[in-house]
Write a protein that binds this ligand. Sequence first.
Ligand code: NOJ
Ligand code: CA
Length: 580
Amino acid sequence: MTLAQQASTQQAGTQQSGTHHADLQGAVVAPTDSAATWWRQAAVYQIYPRSFADANGDGIGDLQGIISRVPYLTELGIDAVWLSPFYPSALADGGYDVADYRDVDPRIGTLEEFDAMVAALHGEGIKVVVDIVPNHSSNDHVWFQEALAAAPGSPARERYIFRDGKGPDGSEPPTDWQSIFGGPAWTRVADGQWYLHLFAPEQPDFNWANPEVRDDFLETLRFWSDRGVDGFRIDVAHALTKDLTDPLPSRAELDSIPRGGGEHPIWDRDDVHEIYAEWRKVFDSYDPPRTAVAEAWVERHRRPRYASAEGLGQAFEFDLLTQAFDAAAFKEVVVDSLALAAESGSSSTWVLSNHDVVRHATRYGLPPLPTGVGSTEQDMKQGAGWVLAGAPEDQLDRSRGERRARAASLFELALPGSAYLYQGEELGLHEVGDIPDEARQDPTFFRNPGVDKGRDGCRVPLPWTRSGSSYGFGDGDAHLPQPDWFADYSVEAESGVPGSTLEMYRTALRLRRELQTEERLEWVATGREDVLAFRRPGGWLTVTNFGAAPFPLPAGEVLVASGPVADGALPGESTAWVRQ
Ligand code: NOJ
Ligand code: CA
Protein backbone atom coordinates (compact mmCIF):
# COMPACT_ATOMS: atom_id res chain seq x y z
CA MET A 1 0.00 0.00 0.00
CA THR A 2 1.44 3.38 -0.93
CA LEU A 3 1.66 6.19 1.54
CA ALA A 4 -1.06 7.99 -0.36
CA GLN A 5 -3.41 5.02 -0.16
CA GLN A 6 -2.61 4.31 3.43
CA ALA A 7 -2.94 7.94 4.47
CA SER A 8 -6.19 8.42 2.67
CA THR A 9 -7.62 5.25 4.17
CA GLN A 10 -6.62 6.26 7.64
CA GLN A 11 -7.50 9.89 7.24
CA ALA A 12 -10.77 9.27 5.45
CA GLY A 13 -12.79 12.41 5.19
CA THR A 14 -9.85 14.79 5.35
CA GLN A 15 -9.01 16.98 2.40
CA GLN A 16 -6.45 15.89 -0.13
CA SER A 17 -3.42 18.11 0.26
CA GLY A 18 -3.23 21.26 -1.86
CA THR A 19 -2.32 21.46 -5.50
CA HIS A 20 0.77 19.62 -6.61
CA HIS A 21 2.84 21.82 -8.84
CA ALA A 22 4.90 18.90 -9.96
CA ASP A 23 5.19 15.30 -9.02
CA LEU A 24 8.72 14.73 -10.11
CA GLN A 25 11.24 17.47 -9.81
CA GLY A 26 14.91 17.91 -10.34
CA ALA A 27 17.76 16.81 -12.48
CA VAL A 28 19.98 13.82 -12.93
CA VAL A 29 23.51 15.06 -12.39
CA ALA A 30 26.97 13.73 -11.89
CA PRO A 31 27.50 11.90 -8.61
CA THR A 32 28.15 14.17 -5.64
CA ASP A 33 31.56 12.77 -4.91
CA SER A 34 32.99 13.82 -8.22
CA ALA A 35 35.87 16.22 -7.60
CA ALA A 36 34.28 19.05 -9.55
CA THR A 37 30.73 18.74 -8.30
CA TRP A 38 31.21 18.10 -4.58
CA TRP A 39 29.27 21.27 -3.77
CA ARG A 40 26.03 20.30 -5.47
CA GLN A 41 24.61 18.43 -2.53
CA ALA A 42 27.08 19.36 0.16
CA ALA A 43 26.23 20.06 3.77
CA VAL A 44 28.12 23.30 4.37
CA TYR A 45 28.66 24.38 7.97
CA GLN A 46 29.06 28.09 8.54
CA ILE A 47 31.69 29.05 11.09
CA TYR A 48 31.55 32.55 12.49
CA PRO A 49 35.23 32.49 13.49
CA ARG A 50 35.11 34.94 16.39
CA SER A 51 32.42 32.89 18.07
CA PHE A 52 33.34 29.28 17.35
CA ALA A 53 36.26 28.29 19.59
CA ASP A 54 38.90 30.36 21.39
CA ALA A 55 42.22 28.57 21.79
CA ASN A 56 44.20 31.29 23.55
CA GLY A 57 41.58 32.52 26.00
CA ASP A 58 41.37 36.14 24.85
CA GLY A 59 37.61 35.85 24.37
CA ILE A 60 37.76 35.81 20.58
CA GLY A 61 37.48 32.64 18.53
CA ASP A 62 40.51 31.84 16.42
CA LEU A 63 41.98 29.52 13.81
CA GLN A 64 43.69 27.33 16.42
CA GLY A 65 40.27 26.98 17.98
CA ILE A 66 38.88 25.75 14.68
CA ILE A 67 41.80 23.33 14.29
CA SER A 68 41.12 21.97 17.77
CA ARG A 69 37.51 21.29 16.79
CA VAL A 70 38.18 19.50 13.52
CA PRO A 71 37.32 16.17 15.21
CA TYR A 72 33.96 17.65 16.17
CA LEU A 73 33.31 18.75 12.60
CA THR A 74 34.34 15.35 11.30
CA GLU A 75 32.01 13.57 13.68
CA LEU A 76 29.20 15.95 12.78
CA GLY A 77 29.48 14.74 9.20
CA ILE A 78 29.55 17.97 7.23
CA ASP A 79 31.16 18.21 3.80
CA ALA A 80 32.51 21.75 3.92
CA VAL A 81 32.95 24.72 6.20
CA TRP A 82 32.28 28.28 5.17
CA LEU A 83 34.23 30.77 7.25
CA SER A 84 32.77 34.23 7.73
CA PRO A 85 35.49 36.91 7.47
CA PHE A 86 38.66 36.34 9.50
CA TYR A 87 40.60 39.15 7.83
CA PRO A 88 42.13 42.14 9.63
CA SER A 89 39.22 44.34 10.61
CA ALA A 90 38.25 46.99 13.12
CA LEU A 91 35.01 44.98 13.51
CA ALA A 92 32.70 47.85 12.68
CA ASP A 93 30.52 45.14 11.10
CA GLY A 94 31.70 41.89 12.63
CA GLY A 95 34.55 41.53 10.12
CA TYR A 96 32.53 42.45 7.02
CA ASP A 97 34.66 45.59 7.07
CA VAL A 98 37.86 44.15 5.65
CA ALA A 99 41.10 46.08 6.04
CA ASP A 100 43.26 43.58 4.15
CA TYR A 101 41.79 40.90 1.90
CA ARG A 102 44.92 38.80 1.84
CA ASP A 103 45.76 38.37 5.49
CA VAL A 104 44.38 37.02 8.77
CA ASP A 105 43.34 39.22 11.68
CA PRO A 106 46.17 38.84 14.23
CA ARG A 107 43.54 38.28 16.92
CA ILE A 108 42.32 35.28 14.92
CA GLY A 109 45.60 33.85 13.72
CA THR A 110 48.22 33.95 11.01
CA LEU A 111 48.44 32.85 7.40
CA GLU A 112 50.51 29.86 8.52
CA GLU A 113 47.73 28.87 10.90
CA PHE A 114 45.25 29.32 8.09
CA ASP A 115 47.27 26.85 6.00
CA ALA A 116 47.38 24.45 8.93
CA MET A 117 43.62 24.75 9.35
CA VAL A 118 43.02 24.02 5.65
CA ALA A 119 45.35 21.03 5.86
CA ALA A 120 43.58 19.71 8.97
CA LEU A 121 40.15 20.07 7.37
CA HIS A 122 41.26 18.64 4.05
CA GLY A 123 42.82 15.76 5.93
CA GLU A 124 39.31 14.87 7.04
CA GLY A 125 37.81 15.40 3.59
CA ILE A 126 36.18 18.70 4.59
CA LYS A 127 36.28 21.48 1.98
CA VAL A 128 36.94 25.11 2.86
CA VAL A 129 34.89 28.06 1.64
CA VAL A 130 35.89 31.62 2.55
CA ASP A 131 33.92 34.84 2.48
CA ILE A 132 34.78 37.54 -0.07
CA VAL A 133 33.45 41.03 0.62
CA PRO A 134 33.78 42.91 -2.66
CA ASN A 135 31.17 45.64 -2.39
CA HIS A 136 33.02 47.62 0.26
CA SER A 137 36.23 47.59 2.25
CA SER A 138 36.96 48.84 5.73
CA ASN A 139 37.77 52.51 6.05
CA ASP A 140 41.09 51.22 7.43
CA HIS A 141 41.96 49.60 4.10
CA VAL A 142 45.16 51.10 2.71
CA TRP A 143 43.32 52.24 -0.41
CA PHE A 144 40.74 54.16 1.55
CA GLN A 145 43.44 55.75 3.67
CA GLU A 146 45.19 56.74 0.45
CA ALA A 147 41.92 58.12 -0.89
CA LEU A 148 41.47 60.28 2.20
CA ALA A 149 45.00 61.61 1.91
CA ALA A 150 44.61 62.32 -1.82
CA ALA A 151 42.85 65.22 -3.49
CA PRO A 152 39.36 65.17 -4.96
CA GLY A 153 39.45 63.77 -8.48
CA SER A 154 42.69 61.87 -7.85
CA PRO A 155 43.16 58.23 -8.94
CA ALA A 156 43.15 57.19 -5.27
CA ARG A 157 39.65 58.56 -4.84
CA GLU A 158 38.53 56.83 -8.02
CA ARG A 159 38.78 53.44 -6.29
CA TYR A 160 35.81 54.44 -4.14
CA ILE A 161 32.73 56.57 -4.79
CA PHE A 162 33.38 60.17 -3.90
CA ARG A 163 31.12 63.07 -4.88
CA ASP A 164 30.82 66.74 -4.09
CA GLY A 165 27.99 67.65 -1.77
CA LYS A 166 24.97 69.78 -2.52
CA GLY A 167 24.07 73.22 -1.29
CA PRO A 168 26.13 76.41 -1.63
CA ASP A 169 29.03 75.06 0.42
CA GLY A 170 28.55 71.39 -0.48
CA SER A 171 27.55 70.63 3.08
CA GLU A 172 24.54 68.55 2.11
CA PRO A 173 25.05 64.96 0.97
CA PRO A 174 24.87 64.28 -2.77
CA THR A 175 21.55 62.45 -2.24
CA ASP A 176 19.19 61.64 0.60
CA TRP A 177 19.85 57.88 0.29
CA GLN A 178 19.73 55.78 3.44
CA SER A 179 22.22 53.05 4.23
CA ILE A 180 21.00 49.48 4.79
CA PHE A 181 22.06 49.72 8.43
CA GLY A 182 20.13 52.97 8.93
CA GLY A 183 21.30 56.57 8.70
CA PRO A 184 22.63 58.37 5.63
CA ALA A 185 24.49 56.47 2.90
CA TRP A 186 27.03 59.30 2.47
CA THR A 187 29.68 60.51 4.88
CA ARG A 188 31.68 63.70 4.51
CA VAL A 189 35.48 63.78 4.62
CA ALA A 190 37.77 66.58 5.81
CA ASP A 191 38.08 68.38 2.49
CA GLY A 192 34.32 68.49 2.07
CA GLN A 193 33.71 65.64 -0.39
CA TRP A 194 31.37 62.79 0.44
CA TYR A 195 31.77 59.03 -0.04
CA LEU A 196 29.10 56.41 -0.53
CA HIS A 197 28.56 53.52 1.87
CA LEU A 198 25.53 51.30 1.40
CA PHE A 199 26.26 49.85 4.84
CA ALA A 200 28.10 51.44 7.80
CA PRO A 201 30.26 54.57 7.35
CA GLU A 202 33.24 52.33 8.11
CA GLN A 203 32.41 50.36 4.93
CA PRO A 204 33.08 52.62 1.93
CA ASP A 205 31.76 51.18 -1.36
CA PHE A 206 34.31 50.33 -4.03
CA ASN A 207 34.05 51.78 -7.51
CA TRP A 208 33.74 48.67 -9.64
CA ALA A 209 34.01 50.72 -12.83
CA ASN A 210 37.69 51.04 -11.94
CA PRO A 211 39.85 48.27 -13.49
CA GLU A 212 42.26 48.49 -10.57
CA VAL A 213 39.49 47.33 -8.23
CA ARG A 214 38.59 44.49 -10.57
CA ASP A 215 42.19 43.35 -10.90
CA ASP A 216 42.76 43.48 -7.19
CA PHE A 217 39.87 41.13 -6.47
CA LEU A 218 41.07 38.71 -9.12
CA GLU A 219 44.34 38.65 -7.26
CA THR A 220 42.54 38.03 -3.97
CA LEU A 221 40.63 35.11 -5.49
CA ARG A 222 43.89 33.64 -6.75
CA PHE A 223 45.61 34.25 -3.44
CA TRP A 224 43.15 32.09 -1.52
CA SER A 225 42.70 29.57 -4.30
CA ASP A 226 46.47 29.07 -4.34
CA ARG A 227 46.31 28.41 -0.61
CA GLY A 228 43.95 25.55 -1.28
CA VAL A 229 40.60 27.18 -0.60
CA ASP A 230 37.85 25.25 -2.38
CA GLY A 231 35.24 27.96 -2.78
CA PHE A 232 33.98 31.42 -1.98
CA ARG A 233 30.86 32.96 -0.51
CA ILE A 234 30.30 36.34 -2.13
CA ASP A 235 28.94 39.05 0.12
CA VAL A 236 26.29 41.41 -1.30
CA ALA A 237 26.95 39.94 -4.73
CA HIS A 238 24.15 41.99 -6.27
CA ALA A 239 25.46 45.50 -5.58
CA LEU A 240 28.95 45.76 -7.05
CA THR A 241 28.26 47.66 -10.26
CA LYS A 242 26.38 50.94 -9.97
CA ASP A 243 25.14 53.54 -12.41
CA LEU A 244 25.91 56.79 -10.66
CA THR A 245 25.56 59.14 -13.62
CA ASP A 246 24.48 62.63 -12.63
CA PRO A 247 21.91 63.73 -11.80
CA LEU A 248 21.58 61.09 -9.11
CA PRO A 249 18.02 60.12 -8.27
CA SER A 250 16.49 61.03 -4.95
CA ARG A 251 15.76 58.33 -2.41
CA ALA A 252 12.10 58.27 -3.46
CA GLU A 253 13.03 58.05 -7.13
CA LEU A 254 15.53 55.29 -6.40
CA ASP A 255 12.94 53.32 -4.47
CA SER A 256 10.46 53.61 -7.31
CA ILE A 257 12.81 52.06 -9.89
CA PRO A 258 12.01 48.34 -10.33
CA ARG A 259 14.69 46.08 -8.95
CA GLY A 260 14.03 43.14 -11.20
CA GLY A 261 14.80 44.72 -14.58
CA GLY A 262 18.57 44.72 -14.49
CA GLU A 263 18.91 48.50 -14.73
CA HIS A 264 18.38 49.71 -11.21
CA PRO A 265 21.19 52.20 -10.43
CA ILE A 266 22.45 50.07 -7.53
CA TRP A 267 20.83 46.69 -7.06
CA ASP A 268 21.12 43.61 -9.21
CA ARG A 269 22.27 45.27 -12.39
CA ASP A 270 22.79 43.11 -15.45
CA ASP A 271 26.34 44.41 -15.82
CA VAL A 272 27.39 42.87 -12.49
CA HIS A 273 27.57 39.54 -14.31
CA GLU A 274 30.51 40.78 -16.40
CA ILE A 275 32.49 40.66 -13.17
CA TYR A 276 31.42 37.13 -12.35
CA ALA A 277 32.21 35.95 -15.88
CA GLU A 278 35.77 37.15 -15.24
CA TRP A 279 35.84 35.47 -11.85
CA ARG A 280 34.61 32.26 -13.41
CA LYS A 281 37.69 32.16 -15.60
CA VAL A 282 39.82 32.30 -12.47
CA PHE A 283 37.75 29.62 -10.73
CA ASP A 284 37.95 27.35 -13.75
CA SER A 285 41.69 27.77 -14.08
CA TYR A 286 42.03 25.56 -10.99
CA ASP A 287 41.65 21.82 -10.82
CA PRO A 288 39.15 21.15 -9.46
CA PRO A 289 37.44 24.44 -10.30
CA ARG A 290 36.84 26.68 -7.33
CA THR A 291 33.20 27.19 -6.42
CA ALA A 292 31.25 30.24 -5.38
CA VAL A 293 27.90 31.02 -3.85
CA ALA A 294 26.26 34.41 -4.20
CA GLU A 295 24.63 36.22 -1.35
CA ALA A 296 22.19 38.10 -3.55
CA TRP A 297 18.88 39.36 -2.22
CA VAL A 298 17.28 39.61 -5.63
CA GLU A 299 13.90 38.86 -7.12
CA ARG A 300 13.46 35.16 -7.60
CA HIS A 301 13.55 35.21 -11.37
CA ARG A 302 16.91 37.01 -11.27
CA ARG A 303 18.67 34.39 -9.16
CA PRO A 304 19.51 31.78 -11.83
CA ARG A 305 21.96 34.09 -13.53
CA TYR A 306 24.09 34.34 -10.38
CA ALA A 307 23.87 30.58 -9.99
CA SER A 308 24.74 29.72 -13.59
CA ALA A 309 27.89 27.86 -14.60
CA GLU A 310 29.09 31.00 -16.43
CA GLY A 311 28.69 32.99 -13.22
CA LEU A 312 29.25 32.19 -9.58
CA GLY A 313 27.76 28.73 -9.87
CA GLN A 314 25.41 28.83 -6.90
CA ALA A 315 23.24 31.43 -5.14
CA PHE A 316 21.69 31.41 -1.70
CA GLU A 317 17.97 30.90 -1.57
CA PHE A 318 16.65 32.53 1.55
CA ASP A 319 13.04 31.71 0.78
CA LEU A 320 12.76 28.87 3.28
CA LEU A 321 14.24 31.06 5.97
CA THR A 322 11.64 33.77 5.48
CA GLN A 323 8.65 31.42 5.72
CA ALA A 324 6.58 30.53 8.72
CA PHE A 325 6.52 26.85 9.72
CA ASP A 326 3.74 25.93 7.34
CA ALA A 327 3.27 23.00 4.97
CA ALA A 328 1.95 24.94 1.99
CA ALA A 329 4.60 27.63 2.32
CA PHE A 330 7.42 25.11 2.58
CA LYS A 331 6.17 23.14 -0.37
CA GLU A 332 5.83 26.19 -2.55
CA VAL A 333 9.39 27.24 -1.78
CA VAL A 334 10.77 23.81 -2.55
CA VAL A 335 8.87 23.53 -5.81
CA ASP A 336 9.94 26.99 -6.93
CA SER A 337 13.54 26.58 -5.86
CA LEU A 338 13.95 23.28 -7.65
CA ALA A 339 12.52 24.88 -10.76
CA LEU A 340 15.00 27.75 -10.48
CA ALA A 341 17.85 25.31 -10.01
CA ALA A 342 16.76 23.47 -13.13
CA GLU A 343 16.81 26.80 -14.96
CA SER A 344 20.31 27.74 -13.83
CA GLY A 345 21.77 24.25 -14.00
CA SER A 346 22.94 24.71 -10.44
CA SER A 347 21.70 22.92 -7.35
CA SER A 348 19.31 24.37 -4.80
CA THR A 349 20.64 25.91 -1.62
CA TRP A 350 18.71 25.58 1.61
CA VAL A 351 19.21 27.94 4.53
CA LEU A 352 17.34 28.13 7.81
CA SER A 353 19.79 30.16 9.87
CA ASN A 354 22.91 32.26 9.40
CA HIS A 355 24.77 35.05 11.20
CA ASP A 356 22.32 37.71 9.99
CA VAL A 357 18.98 36.37 11.16
CA VAL A 358 17.24 35.22 14.31
CA ARG A 359 18.05 31.56 14.92
CA HIS A 360 15.31 29.30 13.59
CA ALA A 361 14.63 27.61 16.94
CA THR A 362 13.59 31.03 18.19
CA ARG A 363 11.81 32.21 15.05
CA TYR A 364 9.54 29.19 15.09
CA GLY A 365 8.71 29.70 18.74
CA LEU A 366 7.40 33.22 18.19
CA PRO A 367 4.03 34.27 16.83
CA PRO A 368 3.99 34.21 13.00
CA LEU A 369 5.68 36.97 11.07
CA PRO A 370 3.53 39.66 9.53
CA THR A 371 2.24 38.65 6.12
CA GLY A 372 4.09 39.73 3.04
CA VAL A 373 7.50 38.58 4.17
CA GLY A 374 9.24 37.79 0.94
CA SER A 375 12.74 37.25 -0.25
CA THR A 376 14.26 40.69 -0.66
CA GLU A 377 16.67 42.08 1.88
CA GLN A 378 14.08 44.67 2.87
CA ASP A 379 11.51 41.96 3.43
CA MET A 380 13.97 39.94 5.44
CA LYS A 381 14.91 42.89 7.56
CA GLN A 382 11.28 43.67 8.11
CA GLY A 383 10.65 40.11 9.24
CA ALA A 384 13.78 39.79 11.34
CA GLY A 385 13.38 43.29 12.68
CA TRP A 386 9.89 42.50 13.84
CA VAL A 387 11.04 39.36 15.57
CA LEU A 388 13.90 41.15 17.23
CA ALA A 389 12.22 44.33 18.25
CA GLY A 390 8.52 43.72 18.25
CA ALA A 391 8.10 40.30 19.78
CA PRO A 392 8.88 40.31 23.47
CA GLU A 393 10.56 37.23 24.88
CA ASP A 394 7.46 36.44 26.92
CA GLN A 395 5.78 35.46 23.67
CA LEU A 396 8.50 32.93 22.95
CA ASP A 397 7.54 29.27 23.31
CA ARG A 398 11.01 27.72 23.49
CA SER A 399 10.11 24.07 23.31
CA ARG A 400 7.73 24.61 20.42
CA GLY A 401 10.41 26.57 18.58
CA GLU A 402 12.91 23.78 19.09
CA ARG A 403 10.47 21.08 18.09
CA ARG A 404 9.66 22.87 14.87
CA ALA A 405 13.29 23.74 14.20
CA ARG A 406 14.27 20.09 14.45
CA ALA A 407 11.46 19.15 12.09
CA ALA A 408 12.42 21.88 9.62
CA SER A 409 16.10 20.90 9.75
CA LEU A 410 15.35 17.27 9.05
CA PHE A 411 13.07 18.36 6.20
CA GLU A 412 15.85 20.58 4.83
CA LEU A 413 18.55 17.92 5.10
CA ALA A 414 16.49 15.55 2.96
CA LEU A 415 16.04 17.99 0.08
CA PRO A 416 18.06 17.74 -3.13
CA GLY A 417 20.80 20.38 -3.18
CA SER A 418 23.18 21.89 -0.63
CA ALA A 419 22.22 22.60 2.94
CA TYR A 420 23.93 25.58 4.54
CA LEU A 421 24.00 25.11 8.30
CA TYR A 422 24.94 27.75 10.83
CA GLN A 423 27.13 26.92 13.82
CA GLY A 424 25.00 26.13 16.86
CA GLU A 425 21.89 25.10 14.99
CA GLU A 426 23.02 21.49 15.43
CA LEU A 427 22.65 22.11 19.17
CA GLY A 428 19.15 23.55 18.77
CA LEU A 429 20.49 26.85 20.09
CA HIS A 430 18.12 29.73 20.56
CA GLU A 431 18.80 33.37 19.85
CA VAL A 432 20.17 35.15 22.90
CA GLY A 433 17.60 37.89 23.33
CA ASP A 434 18.79 39.65 26.45
CA ILE A 435 22.30 40.82 25.67
CA PRO A 436 22.81 44.04 27.64
CA ASP A 437 22.97 47.09 25.42
CA GLU A 438 26.49 47.92 26.56
CA ALA A 439 27.72 44.49 25.41
CA ARG A 440 26.21 44.70 21.95
CA GLN A 441 28.48 45.03 18.93
CA ASP A 442 26.30 45.04 15.83
CA PRO A 443 26.06 48.35 13.94
CA THR A 444 22.43 47.67 13.12
CA PHE A 445 21.71 48.02 16.85
CA PHE A 446 23.58 51.30 17.20
CA ARG A 447 22.17 52.80 14.05
CA ASN A 448 18.53 51.97 14.80
CA PRO A 449 18.12 52.88 18.45
CA GLY A 450 15.10 51.27 20.02
CA VAL A 451 14.02 49.67 16.75
CA ASP A 452 16.41 46.88 15.97
CA LYS A 453 18.32 44.83 18.53
CA GLY A 454 20.72 43.76 15.83
CA ARG A 455 22.29 40.42 15.07
CA ASP A 456 24.46 39.78 18.12
CA GLY A 457 21.93 37.31 19.51
CA CYS A 458 22.84 34.66 16.94
CA ARG A 459 26.58 35.36 17.22
CA VAL A 460 27.13 34.49 20.88
CA PRO A 461 30.10 32.10 21.25
CA LEU A 462 29.19 28.42 21.19
CA PRO A 463 28.83 26.37 24.38
CA TRP A 464 31.08 23.32 24.26
CA THR A 465 30.86 22.21 27.90
CA ARG A 466 28.23 22.36 30.63
CA SER A 467 30.36 24.52 32.86
CA GLY A 468 33.69 26.26 33.05
CA SER A 469 34.75 29.57 31.68
CA SER A 470 32.65 30.54 28.68
CA TYR A 471 31.20 27.01 28.55
CA GLY A 472 34.32 25.60 26.98
CA PHE A 473 34.52 28.26 24.28
CA GLY A 474 37.82 29.40 25.76
CA ASP A 475 39.70 30.02 28.96
CA GLY A 476 38.39 33.52 29.46
CA ASP A 477 35.10 35.36 29.14
CA ALA A 478 33.55 35.24 25.70
CA HIS A 479 33.42 38.45 23.65
CA LEU A 480 29.61 38.38 23.89
CA PRO A 481 28.03 37.25 27.15
CA GLN A 482 26.57 33.73 27.22
CA PRO A 483 23.36 33.04 29.16
CA ASP A 484 23.08 30.34 31.86
CA TRP A 485 20.82 28.21 29.71
CA PHE A 486 23.74 27.62 27.31
CA ALA A 487 24.89 24.83 29.67
CA ASP A 488 22.01 22.60 28.61
CA TYR A 489 22.69 23.22 24.92
CA SER A 490 26.40 22.51 25.10
CA VAL A 491 28.09 19.88 22.98
CA GLU A 492 28.93 18.06 26.20
CA ALA A 493 25.31 18.03 27.35
CA GLU A 494 24.03 16.69 24.04
CA SER A 495 26.77 14.32 22.94
CA GLY A 496 25.77 10.70 23.17
CA VAL A 497 22.29 11.58 24.41
CA PRO A 498 19.75 9.75 22.27
CA GLY A 499 17.23 12.14 20.82
CA SER A 500 19.33 15.27 21.42
CA THR A 501 19.43 17.75 18.58
CA LEU A 502 23.15 17.16 18.13
CA GLU A 503 22.67 13.42 17.79
CA MET A 504 19.79 13.99 15.38
CA TYR A 505 22.04 16.11 13.15
CA ARG A 506 24.88 13.59 13.37
CA THR A 507 22.60 10.75 12.37
CA ALA A 508 20.93 12.72 9.61
CA LEU A 509 24.18 13.96 8.14
CA ARG A 510 25.64 10.46 8.12
CA LEU A 511 22.52 9.01 6.50
CA ARG A 512 22.34 11.85 4.02
CA ARG A 513 25.73 10.91 2.62
CA GLU A 514 24.63 7.34 2.32
CA LEU A 515 21.20 8.01 0.82
CA GLN A 516 21.84 10.92 -1.51
CA THR A 517 21.90 10.12 -5.17
CA GLU A 518 20.26 12.12 -7.91
CA GLU A 519 19.07 15.64 -7.24
CA ARG A 520 15.39 15.04 -7.47
CA LEU A 521 12.34 14.26 -5.44
CA GLU A 522 8.83 13.02 -5.94
CA TRP A 523 6.00 14.46 -3.90
CA VAL A 524 3.82 11.89 -2.24
CA ALA A 525 0.20 12.66 -1.41
CA THR A 526 -0.54 12.38 2.29
CA GLY A 527 -4.24 13.15 2.48
CA ARG A 528 -3.54 15.95 4.90
CA GLU A 529 -2.89 19.59 4.12
CA ASP A 530 -0.58 19.93 7.07
CA VAL A 531 1.60 16.93 6.22
CA LEU A 532 4.19 16.91 3.43
CA ALA A 533 5.93 13.85 2.09
CA PHE A 534 8.50 13.42 -0.63
CA ARG A 535 10.57 10.55 -1.85
CA ARG A 536 14.12 10.66 -3.13
CA PRO A 537 15.42 7.96 -5.48
CA GLY A 538 16.29 4.74 -3.68
CA GLY A 539 13.25 4.62 -1.39
CA TRP A 540 14.20 7.48 0.96
CA LEU A 541 10.91 8.95 2.14
CA THR A 542 10.64 12.09 4.23
CA VAL A 543 7.43 12.94 6.05
CA THR A 544 6.92 16.25 7.87
CA ASN A 545 3.90 16.81 10.05
CA PHE A 546 3.40 20.57 10.35
CA GLY A 547 0.15 20.10 12.25
CA ALA A 548 -0.76 18.90 15.72
CA ALA A 549 -2.49 15.54 15.14
CA PRO A 550 -0.19 12.50 14.91
CA PHE A 551 0.28 11.10 11.43
CA PRO A 552 0.49 7.35 10.82
CA LEU A 553 3.74 6.61 9.02
CA PRO A 554 3.76 4.16 6.15
CA ALA A 555 5.47 0.82 6.46
CA GLY A 556 9.22 1.01 6.36
CA GLU A 557 12.23 1.48 8.56
CA VAL A 558 12.26 4.77 10.47
CA LEU A 559 15.83 5.93 10.02
CA VAL A 560 15.71 9.10 12.05
CA ALA A 561 12.94 11.26 13.44
CA SER A 562 12.84 14.69 15.02
CA GLY A 563 10.15 13.66 17.51
CA PRO A 564 9.24 10.42 19.28
CA VAL A 565 7.58 8.00 16.88
CA ALA A 566 5.23 5.76 18.90
CA ASP A 567 3.17 2.94 17.41
CA GLY A 568 4.16 4.07 13.94
CA ALA A 569 2.70 7.55 14.41
CA LEU A 570 4.66 10.69 13.69
CA PRO A 571 3.83 13.29 16.34
CA GLY A 572 2.86 16.85 15.49
CA GLU A 573 5.54 19.28 14.34
CA SER A 574 7.96 16.50 13.50
CA THR A 575 9.80 14.93 10.59
CA ALA A 576 10.79 11.34 9.98
CA TRP A 577 12.94 9.70 7.36
CA VAL A 578 11.70 6.28 6.35
CA ARG A 579 13.47 3.71 4.23
CA GLN A 580 11.00 1.87 2.02
C1 NOJ B 1 25.88 40.51 4.35
C2 NOJ B 1 26.57 39.87 5.52
O1 NOJ B 1 26.08 38.57 5.69
C3 NOJ B 1 26.29 40.76 6.69
O2 NOJ B 1 26.70 40.16 7.90
C4 NOJ B 1 26.98 42.07 6.47
O3 NOJ B 1 26.66 42.95 7.51
C5 NOJ B 1 26.55 42.71 5.14
N1 NOJ B 1 26.51 41.76 4.07
C6 NOJ B 1 27.49 43.81 4.74
O4 NOJ B 1 28.74 43.29 4.41
CA1 CA C 1 41.40 33.77 20.79
